[in-house]
Design a protein around this ligand. Structure first.
Ligand SMILES: [Zn+2]
Ligand SMILES: [Zn+2]
Length: 460
């Protein structure tokens, strides 16, 4: 590694990793400005992230802490992976409306949800350095990514959009965090501590999600060295869409997802200080292959691949449209068919109707019922949020653009072609209303029209 790095310094004149900083794009600048304009102290949930000011940005409102990052941690990535899908780390723009959101006032769910049978897509937690943490079980619903050799020495790897993420607890952050701060926050708003209690005491009485309530009545999770590694599910309420926690930032893919490269082991990785140039080295059958890549000034990425048998190929990938990162499989066939969203989760379990998962958010007057008016307000809010150019239509581009903060936003993105009733490639207000009303009618005819208020709303 040292010699390898030395040669690179001779060739390129740059050194990796020592003091890598963020790619300071416009969204980063805007979020930083917004964050520094916050009046009053940061919420308690922000504490672990504030320990990594070079890596994570925080911003907040009454409901959420927003954690911004470029998705690239300040430690060597990829080295040690023995089951590689040929993805590599590229910077992401998890800022502003595309930042990670953590509820500031977590609400215990009536029935928690296990990560053993759910949430195989998207992140389930965010590490203190702003890097997302995915379910340790990958999207096939059974493979333990750690045991399968898919993870590097820091517990991470890259998803289909070349987005780096962890699948286990970020133990390497513990030293900087100290014993009192959690390693990460789960996306239901509860903290994830290490092997000991914050006061140094032994951990006991964990539930099936690897959490418990302390003497002061506060719930938290504990990470572990074997499964579940992090939170084994959600004790608290989360919104779910398409089998993952919503909202969830989008990643920026620049190329088609890679295929597994059997027998390859990643042996070296270097990133330039400005995060523009990268080199990944691997061994396969005793020979060395590499992927060199560089982000060009226009945002395109130039790749040079050297295969273990010495063949060299090059390609320049163009920045694609935004979509979810991670290890997402293609949508199941029934999701792509017309005639309404699938009623099954990826694991074949019947899915709760979308409307049920978002009732409390859409119940504007908090009377425990979702009126037709409230449903329509949500439709209008979502529509005007997406229709950036105000032409009365949501184009594919707009749907894949910046995240809109409304309960229906994720639904529109994920079910674009189903909502586009006349298949003209864009969604009109009428089309969105039609789908929303269909769901509302179906729901209002069913039983259980009332629903309990989350406890947090009952506080003064
Ligand atoms: Zn504890
Ligand atoms: Zn992954």
């Amino acid at each position: 590694m040292t010699a390898f790095r030395f040669i690179l310094i001779l060739i390129f004149g740059w050194v990796g990793l020592a003091s890598a900083h963020r790619i300071e794009d416009a969204d980063y600048q805007a979020m930083k400005k917004k964050s520094s304009a916050q009046a009053g102290p940061a919420p308690k949930t922000a504490e672990p992230f504030l320990k990594f000011p070079e890596a994570a940005l925080v911003d907040w409102d009454e409901k959420y802490l927003y954690v911004g990052s470029d998705g690239l941690p300040d430690h060597p990535m990829m080295v040690g992976i023995t089951a590689w899908q040929q993805q590599v780390p590229l910077p992401q723009s998890y800022y502003l409306g595309n930042a990670w959101s953590i509820p500031l006032n977590p609400v215990p769910a009536k029935v928690g949800m296990s990560a053993k049978t759910n949430f195989f897509r998207g992140a389930i937690a965010v590490a203190a350095n702003g890097i997302p943490i995915f379910n340790p079980i990958k999207n096939d619903g059974r493979t333990d990514t750690y045991l399968a050799g898919e993870l590097d020495e820091y517990g991470g790897h890259c998803g289909r959009a070349d987005d780096y993420h962890y699948h286990v607890a970020p133990w390497h952050l513990a030293e900087k965090l100290g014993p009192n701060l959690p390693l990460a926050y789960a996306l239901d708003g509860y903290p994830i501590y290490g092997l000991k209690e914050a006061d140094g005491g032994e951990v006991s009485g964990l539930d099936s999600f690897h959490g418990h309530t302390n003497a002061s009545g506060e719930y938290h999770y504990h990470a572990s060295k074997s499964y579940p590694y992090i939170n084994g599910g959600f004790h608290g309420e989360v919104s779910i869409g398409g089998g993952q926690v919503e909202p969830q930032p989008s990643a920026n893919p620049v190329r088609q997802a890679g295929e597994p490269l059997p027998g390859a082991k990643i042996t070296g990785f270097i990133m330039s200080e400005d995060k523009k140039k990268y080199q990944l080295e691997y061994k396969q059958g005793g020979k060395t292959g590499s992927v060199n890549y560089e982000i060009l000034s226009n945002g395109n990425v130039h790749f040079t691949f050297k295969s273990p048998d010495g063949k060299i190929s090059e390609s320049t990938s163009e920045k694609g449209k935004q979509r979810k990162g991670g290890d997402r499989p293609p949508p199941p066939p029934d999701e792509r068919q017309r005639g309404g969203p699938s009623q099954k989760e990826g694991n074949g379990q019947p899915r709760r109707p979308w409307i049920e998962n978002h009732l409390t958010e859409m119940d504007g007057n908090q009377d425990g019922k979702l009126s037709q008016e409230e449903m329509m307000l949500e439709v209008n809010k979502t529509f005007s949020g997406y229709d950036a150019d105000r032409d009365g239509k949501i184009s594919q581009g707009e749907a894949n653009g910046p995240v809109v903060r409304s309960s229906m936003a994720g639904f529109v993105k994920q079910h674009f072609s189903e909502v586009d009733g006349n298949s003209d490639g864009s969604i009109s207000l009428e089309e969105l209303k039609t789908v929303a009303m269909k769901m509302w009618e179906k729901y209002s005819q069913g039983e259980g029209f009332s629903f309990p208020r989350p406890p947090s709303l009952e506080k003064p």
